[in-house]
Design a protein around this ligand. Structure first.
Ligand code: GTB
Length: 216
């Protein structure tokens, strides 16, 4: 069994680990699965060979024994279910962990992505000054209930799961905005995720490719 994922030839974040291959690398590391990485340029992502793997011409993709997947949610779910990692055995606990995986992607990530768009890609528009605070409020509206649910627990529902992996990955994208630090409970939750040895290995692997020193 050989697993191959794709990642940016050079991530625009310069190695901060914010591109989505990091969450797939993290899941693979948690599962103890070796993997290869094929690096693709922005141009190659839109060419037929890559579009055959990913209809939207993006990274990451996942190949394993003739199976081709895209979408990080589907990939992490596959790693968890097919390789018996990151999900509890108990049926109900498993269903709840999967619920958190969906909640991270469907409920928490959308306003965070909207904020990234408003701050970075549309930050120079004349209406950005009015729009950014509105979107920031929408993000806080998602984070407050998350704080309430997490309470004093380390993870969202029992042991660390695929749901936590995805939630931490999604929240990490908030860090450059400063909003994560407004929520010490969530900042500590993210820090716990980042402290996991599997995350450290995943982060180091993407950094080795994307750090400015790797591209003199
Ligand atoms: N829903 C898909 C998934 O979860 O897999 C989204 C995949 C996606 O957005 N891929 C991005 C991509 O390929 C890379 S991760 N973009 C190129 C394109 O669409 O042409 C998004 C990303 C990009 C850059 C940073 N960064 O520089 O900080 C962070 C995240």
């Amino acid at each position: 069994m050989t697993i191959t994922i794709t990642a940016f030839e050079r991530s625009p974040d310069g190695g901060k680990g914010l591109a989505r291959d990091t969450r797939v690398r993290w899941a693979l590391e948690e599962a103890g699965l070796p993997y290869d990485v094929r690096l693709v340029s922005f141009r190659a992502m839109k060419e037929p060979a890559h579009l055959a793997l990913h209809p939207f011409g993006q990274i990451p993709t996942y190949e394993e024994d003739g199976l081709v997947l895209f979408e990080t949610g589907a990939i992490v779910f596959h790693i968890a279910t097919h390789h018996g990692a990151l999900l509890p055995r108990d049926d109900h606990a498993r269903a709840r962990a999967i619920t958190w995986l969906f909640a991270a992607l469907n409920t928490v990530e959308p306003p965070i992505l909207e904020l990234v768009t408003a701050r970075i890609f549309e930050g120079d528009k004349p209406w950005a000054k009015e729009r950014v605070p509105l979107v920031e409020e929408r993000v806080r509206d998602r984070l407050n209930p998350l704080v309430a649910r997490l309470g004093d627990a380390d993870w969202l529902d029992g042991d660390f799961s695929a749901g936590d992996l995805m939630m931490v990955s999604v929240l990490l994208r908030l860090r450059p905005s400063g909003i994560l630090d407004e929520f010490p409970t969530l900042a500590a939750y993210v820090a716990r995720g980042e402290a996991r040895p599997a995350y450290q290995r995943a982060f180091a692997a993407q950094l080795a490719i994307n750090a400015p020193a790797a591209h003199p």
